[in-house]
Design a protein around this ligand. Sequence first.
Ligand SMILES: NC(=O)c1ccc[n+]([C@@H]2O[C@H](COP(=O)([O-])OP(=O)(O)OC[C@H]3O[C@@H](n4cnc5c(N)ncnc54)[C@H](OP(=O)(O)O)[C@@H]3O)[C@@H](O)[C@H]2O)c1
Length: 355
Amino acid sequence: MASLAVKATRVSMFQRSLILSHRPLNRTLTTRATSYTLNTGAKIPALGFGTFQDADSQEETVSRALQKGMRLIDTARVYDVEEQVGKGIKKSGIPREEIFLGTKLWCNDYHPGDVERALDDSLRDLDTPYVDLLLMHYPCTFKRGPERFPRDADGRMIHGKTSFVDTWKAMERLTNTGKVKAIGVSNFSQGEIQTLLNESSTAPAVHQMEVHPYLQQKGFNEWLKTNGIHVVQFSPLGNMNNFYRQTGWSKDVAHMMRVIDQPILKEIGEKYGKSAVQVVLSWGINSGRSVIPKSVVDWQIEQNLEADFELQPEDMARIATLDAKARFNDPSLDYEWRLYSDLEGIEGTMRGKTH
Ligand SMILES: NC(=O)c1ccc[n+]([C@@H]2O[C@H](COP(=O)([O-])OP(=O)(O)OC[C@H]3O[C@@H](n4cnc5c(N)ncnc54)[C@H](OP(=O)(O)O)[C@@H]3O)[C@@H](O)[C@H]2O)c1
């Protein structure tokens, strides 16, 4: 064994390139497998997998993504894919304890009397005894009941009577059941998170929010770091997902060039032998955040798995110049709740122009 180890350190450049070309795609020499420690002490991988949309493909893609090396799976009750995700996990053959699995409560289940039952529904569909992370999907509470989007006769969303603080306290209690390892939030403003810090005894382990080179949210990201709250970037590729244009949520910024077509990102990619997509994801990871790109296409998943590599400070600085404070996912008007009220990129909905 010792002589083998010595030999391994003496491989020539030629041999090294042969090794590289024969290594599985998810394990090349330049690719890291970064993970972070949450304020609970648990580890969360830097690179993860989103499951919003394409329900029919999710069982297969989750299974294949896990087999290829993904270890963080993000889902949500409202995506209607938890059953497929659960089957995909089983099919993959990867032991449950090697996977970081997160799901999200939906807004009609925010009444403290509903939270544990809602989690149990998710656990049943995911076919798992616990989730590693349970997030509140949005800060707004919808009317209690089976309707996910309860609306009045004029089509306006009907809100519930309890607040996100009441929901949070019910989530806190779940951490003692063994069914939830950590709790967090998504789509909160800084003020809303500050309210949770003031009025409860548990700081969120994670804030999942929209972050990409067009919406960098530097000040807010710094504040979250200072408060020990780990950021998971959703829509890490920016305006790649047509859904936000189709719903009208990003009308004001829909004209923008796709983030991944930005010449700066392509140039940086050439330097490292990586694609613009990989540069975008690695920018998030090199900033200390997790990223959860969604894809149902094998070569894209493989490419995304190769996105954890070191970017030089000068390249991080170049990417910083792309910040346009452009938010693509903002259902404020539809949800009758001023989302992201103290954050960047809300000009569209502020002026009511996104619908
Ligand atoms: N908390 C929240 O409110 C919230 C909101 C939005 C999203 N999320 C989470 O974040 C995940 C990702 O967000 P997202 O879907 O909005 O945006 P995204 O992951 O930034 O973009 C997804 C789009 O990029 C494409 N894509 C992925 N990898 C690619 C690659 N290597 N090359 C080219 N195209 C690639 C996908 O194509 P294909 O699918 O065709 O492969 C898909 O059209 C979601 O699945 C969900 O889990 C959470």
